[in-house]
Design a protein around this ligand. Structure first.
Ligand code: GLC
Length: 426
């Protein structure tokens, strides 16, 4: 790419280097001092723009923490830090080979691996490293089906807001309110030492998050018991859309590195998931809506997760989704794409997943709309995201009213997404 400011590229690379802890990248130095699952998948793609080998290593280090049953935890605690709560002791998993949390995050890994393989400038290295990763990715996707969709209905179930990666999305408000606030674990908000409280989840949400961790720990992290006993059970559009995209990318990997039987298995899972995801589209809202599986009801709160099926490659409602994005833009809220519908329930333009713009979500949407033939929207999203970062800084998220940077600064996946966007802009 020729037109991106060289200074931004240098700054993005410097952030990745500064957040590199030797084989893995922390999302931000103080706020998130460990390795996070979906952050690392996106960060690997960012590394690959300047060091392919370091990109592969990011994924390899994450998969070194994969559980024997195939689950890839949402946090790996490679080295101790007092800066974050809840640490390994709260999860009760400090004794693992790689201490970790006990829940997953949306599976972006297969997508990252396919992208790095297909864009490789060192194809022999890429082939060898992708081939070695493929069985682990397959094991992970089998875990999702076995642990979170044992009845083979198509959609996987999410048991904790942190699993969705969109922690305090207003889509979870009603389902989360059913979770008791009682917890035997003292809540120590380390995050508030680093970021203003108006930009972070509230205390009541934290108590419920930890109640769920306490419960799952008491169930020894056994998937069947967790699925039966969790008071929070939702079919999240975001997780399911990202999984569908990942299954399709895994299929491409299976064709190179796997067997025909594995290809057929992945194909069958993808078809089931695509059909079930289609069932989440709301014609009246013009967006996909998640499902509260405890109340057995749609979650009628529109968020940016409801647009992500376009990233999965589902094009049937591309027009409606583009209109939805347009309808969320106004003079007061000009920056795309807010994480929840402006004026909708729970919208808060500065608080984390309740309104701010997240650069990597925009990148996913841009990818999806480009593939669906809406080049204009794809470049609008890509350009707006790059501009936001170049003028506001490498922040965690941005205010959709004025693009001011919010949350943590010098953020790894923001840097990575800038580098990835720069690769594909003219
Ligand atoms: C927050 C985000 C989550 C992310 C993590 C590290 O918990 O909600 O999506 O993975 O921070 O950046």
């Amino acid at each position: 790419m020729t037109d991106a400011p060289g200074a931004a590229r240098a700054a993005a690379r410097a952030i990745l280097r500064a957040n590199d802890r030797g084989g893995y990248t922390v999302p931000s130095a103080r706020l998130y001092p460990f390795q996070w699952n979906w952050d690392s998948a996106l960060v690997a793609m960012g590394w690959a723009t300047c060091s392919e080998s370091r990109g592969w290593q990011e994924v390899e280090t994450l998969l070194a923490g994969q559980w024997d049953d195939g689950m890839v935890p949402h946090i790996l605690f490679h080295a101790p830090s007092g800066d974050y709560f809840p640490g390994p002791a709260v999860w009760g998993l400090a004794r693992l080979r790689v201490p970790s949390s006990g829940i997953p995050q949306p599976p972006v890994l297969a997508t990252a691996v396919r992208r790095m393989l297909e864009r490789a400038r060192a194809p022999e290295q890429a082939k060898a490293r992708a081939a070695a990763l493929y069985p682990k990715l397959l094991g992970n996707h089998r875990w999702w089906a076995r642990a979170r969709d044992p009845e083979r209905r198509g959609l996987v179930t999410t048991l904790h807001p942190w699993e969705t990666g969109m922690d305090n999305s207003p889509a979870w408000d009603i389902a989360l309110a059913r979770v008791p606030r009682e917890t035997g674990t003292p809540i120590v908000r380390r995050d508030l030492a680093h970021v203003e409280s108006a930009m972070r989840p509230a205390l009541a949400e934290y108590e419920r998050y930890i109640h769920l961790v306490d419960l799952f720990r008491s169930l020894a992290w056994e998937p069947g018991r967790m699925l039966r006993q969790s008071p929070f059970r939702v079919a999240d559009v975001g997780t399911n859309a990202i999984l569908l995209r990942a299954e399709r990318d895994l299929l491409a990997l299976a064709r190179r590195f796997g067997t025909a039987a594995e290809g057929a298995e992945i194909d069958a899972r993808s078809a089931r998931l695509a059909a079930a995801l289609e069932g989440l589209f709301s014609a009246t809202e013009g967006i996909y809506l998640g499902r509260d599986q405890v109340a057995d009801r749609p979650i009628t709160v529109a968020t940016s997760a409801g647009l992500l099926p376009i990233f999965a490659g589902e094009r049937a409602h591309a027009g409606a989704l583009a209109e939805r994005i347009e309808s969320w833009r106004s003079a007061a809220v000009p920056w795309p794409v807010p994480s929840s519908a402006p004026g909708g329930p729970g919208f808060d333009p500065r608080r984390y997943w309740r309104g701010p713009v997240w650069p990597f979500v925009n990148w996913m949407l841009a990818q999806g709309f480009a593939a669906a033939g809406n080049a204009a929207l794809a470049s609008l999203l890509g350009n707006a995201t790059a501009r936001m970062i170049e003028t506001g800084g490498f922040y965690e998220y941005f205010d959709p009213r004025d693009a001011s940077g919010l949350g943590g600064e010098n953020f790894s996946w923001t840097a990575a997404i800038w580098l990835v966007l720069a690769e594909s802009r003219p």
